[in-house]
Ligand binder design. Sequence first.
Ligand code: PLP
Length: 373
Amino acid sequence: MSPQPGFSRESALVHAGTQRLPGAALAPPLVPASTYVSWGEPAPARGYGRHGNPGWEALEQAIGAIEEANAVAFASGQAAATALMLALASGRKRIVLPDDGYYNIRVLADRLRPHGAEPVAVDLLDLAAVEQALAVAPAVLWAETPTNPLLRVADLARLGKLAAAAGAPMVVDNTVATGLLQQPLELGAVASLYSLTKAASGHSDLLLGAVVSRDPALLADVRGWRASGGAIPGPFDAWLALRGLKTLPLRIARQCENAAALAAHLAAQPRVRSVHYPGTDPATGALAGRQMPGGYGPLLSFELDGGAAAADAVIAASRLIVPSTSFGGVESTWERRARWPGETAPGSLIRLSAGIEPAADLIADIDASLAAA
Ligand code: PLP
């Protein structure tokens, strides 16, 4: 919840972890601790370092404040997803998840199959298919929108209603949009899942994740999985992430502007066969406008004539946009997505993460790369 009730979530992000005591350091302190001084009855979060750290708690305050909820931070997005899946799959028959979402979430669900729920991949834009998949109850609906890397936008309000009718908790992987652009808990989700590795922390220097929810029982369960599984955030990573979060509203606004400009520019290039960006999709653009009122995020993807070889050549020719995986950092990056085994994206698809450089520089780099390759 907000450390400053009555003020905006942007202010909550700036002030999370700040002590207002005379003499306290203004910047939240880094507390590297495997254990704490304690005798007698141990304090729950200050006994052993696997159970609590002031830096995680400040980070959780900030992440939770974005969605007026509470958060549990993890060592990575995958670690957060593992705990949440374990907590929700128990006693349920199915995990219904998108067939075009982040491929490692499908891999994770497959690995957890022996522990209970069967993963069923569907097109989340096909509401009849989702309803049918949820009919094998009890199930979990694990949504992701916009999806990575095709940036397809699913209708969360309608998915939330289908999930409620089927008695299925809905999770939304909100990594691409962040809670500043999209609020899944307002649209029927029981939890939002984040890789904080991406735009939330924003500086390509750490891996972290979080589960955000307003359901205390679910949060307690997820926290229990963290304590027993041990996938805890490192204190330094949590400190860096909190520092990054302070500027998330500024960064994401610039990244949305840049991504929209690049999507429009790429769409006008003769060698570009298609551009995927939530705001410009003819079928779901209007839905994206309602569901993501603050902007469409830093991520876009496009397909080139000439297949994988042409895409590799364009990426190799760039002088500014960095060839790299991951996304959401202040530096613009791109990669041919299908180079990863397990990824199902089309062979020539390039995923581009817009950073905060001036758009004109990015456009000049793209034009020169397309011309050189
Ligand atoms: N969810 C999405 C949509 C992602 O793109 C990623 C990573 O790329 C993850 C979850 C996993 O996050 P992490 O890499 O921090 O484990």
